[in-house]
Design a protein around this ligand. Structure first.
Ligand code: ATP
Length: 474
């Protein structure tokens, strides 16, 4: 393998890679499939806009991810490996192992659930990954099927260490890391969060054992153990250990999960192991397994949905590097299906009085009609509105008037309205995320369906209709 570590050779730069398609979007990053110009080897390159990181106060999160990936190194194959980092004036680049077969979540969802063989195999890989984390003094704190990826041979690769905690810092050593540890803050994801994190914002190795219990449950049942319409209700279920096994749930897996989903952290299976995690290894779910060689993964019953990219996903005719033009070109390529959704050439405000009247009559049967004060709904859809840690799903209603209302679709209550003015602006970050800037606030919105540019376009058209350009008041 060609060494790619910074220490092993000269510092890399974007010009050492051909950047291909966008393979993922985080809140603060875009992940590209890239090919090393010199070796043709494929990598996932996570690109972070410096200005965005600073604006959103995520410097600590990024530093932590880099530091933990450095500590993990490359000796355990169950983690995404950080090969190199570099930066240019605007961006930070993390060169990572390319997880060709995507997120574990995608595969669980496709199969509805995993059979016993697959569940126990991936549970075993996770146990080995947790043993390694423990040996390095690291608590992941956000383990969930979205943060577990599959490599080309369907082995697990744990990723996303932005929320991790360095419990034993002899490897990290520096003061900055120690101060990161001291600060107590809520991290994680509602459905996988441990009871101790909810109770007193503490977490340690057993918190990852709790998450392991949740993941194994999800693999075998096809659904998460703790769910609910709001984070508050999910937390209440976690604190009360309120979950049920579906009918037909394998008894061996049930016993394993029950021993991990225990409220008291130190009573979870493995928590007090002198040699972590012998008691997990010895559980009956793993009977007959050779821990020194788990062998190849059992076949997922149906792999027909895994589409191979014809002729490779990084076109060779591209210029190496990633300039602003290429960023927008790459993002736009992914946006094309979204942009196609609208009728070309027609603005959503191009409506005759008759048409408005007809549509208002039809609108009477719309469940959200009561929230829009008699205004015509031009566009509506569910968006995740981010504020703080958790996004809230809201029905957004863009209407004549103009108004942009948002309603809680579970309680069916009007939560608010984005105030209009001639200074309102939209900004599409990618096909999922967009911002609405108002003079007083920035609204951070995510369209789970990937039509963010479509939303921006619609809002801009309404703005143009009510605040025509060139007529801005002095
Ligand atoms: P957030 O920051 O909002 O929590 P995230 O942590 O998932 O999101 P990233 O780590 O930037 O953000 O990843 C974005 C997406 O890119 C992921 O959901 C994943 O599907 C994909 N991805 C990330 N790393 C890799 C990788 N090494 N190989 C393949 N795909 C990846």
């Amino acid at each position: 393998m060609t060494p790619l570590n910074e220490d092993a050779g000269r510092k890399r730069s974007p010009a050492d890679f051909f950047f291909g398609k966008v393979i993922g979007e985080g809140s603060f990053s875009t992940v590209y499939l890239a090919k090393d110009v010199h070796t043709s080897r494929e990598f996932a390159i996570k690109v972070l806009e410096k200005a965005h990181i600073i604006r959103e106060k995520k410097t600590e999160y990024v530093m932590r991810e880099k530091e933990v990936l450095r500590i993990l190194g490359s000796s355990c194959s169950y983690f995404v490996h950080l090969y190199s980092t570099f930066q240019d004036r605007e961006r930070l680049y993390f060169v990572l192992t390319y997880a060709k077969n995507g997120e574990l979540l995608k595969h669980i969802n496709h199969h509805k659930k995993f059979n016993f063989e697959c569940t126990r195999y991936y549970a075993a890989e996770l146990v080995l990954a947790l043993e390694y984390l423990r040996s390095k003094g690291i608590v992941h704190r956000d383990l969930k099927p979205e943060n577990i990826l599959f490599d080309e041979n369907f082995h697990l690769l744990v990723t996303d260490f932005g929320s991790a905690k360095i419990e034993r810092s002899e490897e990290a050593g520096d003061d900055a890391e120690k101060s990161l540890q001291r600060r107590r803050s809520f991290v994680g994801t509602a459905q996988f969060v441990s009871p101790e994190m909810l109770k007193d914002s503490t977490s340690s190795y057993p918190s990852d054992l709790w998450a392991l219990g949740c993941i194994v449950f999800q693999m075998a049942a096809g659904e998460m153990p703790f769910t609910g319409p709001t984070d508050y209700l999910i937390f209440a279920k976690v604190e009360n250990l309120d979950y049920v096994f579906p009918d037909g749930f394998d008894e061996r897996v049930k016993d394993f999960v029950e021993k991990l989903l225990v409220l008291e952290p130190n009573r979870r299976l493995g928590a007090l192991d002198a040699v972590p995690y012998t008691s997990l290894r010895e559980h009956q779910i793993f009977a007959g397994l050779d821990w020194d060689d788990l062998g190849p993964p059992p076949k997922l019953s149906d792999a027909s949905y895994i589409i191979e990219e014809p002729g490779g996903a990084v076109p060779d005719h591209m210029e190496p590097g990633l300039d602003s033009e290429k960023v927008s070109k790459l993002v736009l390529t992914d946006m094309i299906p979204a942009l196609k959704k609208s009728e070309p050439g027609r603005k959503i405000t191009d409506l005759s009085p008759e048409e408005i009247e007809k549509r208002l009559l039809l609108q009477a049967t719309n469940a959200y009609n009561d929230f829009v004060g008699g205004h015509l709904i031009l566009k509506q859809g569910l968006l995740d509105k981010r504020k703080g840690l958790f996004p809230r799903r809201r029905m957004f209603l863009l209407t004549l008037g103009p108004h942009l209302y948002y309603v809680d679709p579970v309680t069916m209550t009007l939560k608010g309205e984005i105030p209009w003015s001639e200074d309102l602006k939209t900004e599409a970050r990618n096909f999922k995320t967009f911002f609405v800037h108002t003079p007083k606030r920035k609204y951070y919105l995510e369209d789970p369906e990937g039509y963010a540019p479509e939303w921006c376009k619609a809002i801009e058209q309404v703005k143009e209709h009510y605040f025509p350009p060139g007529q801005k008041l002095a």
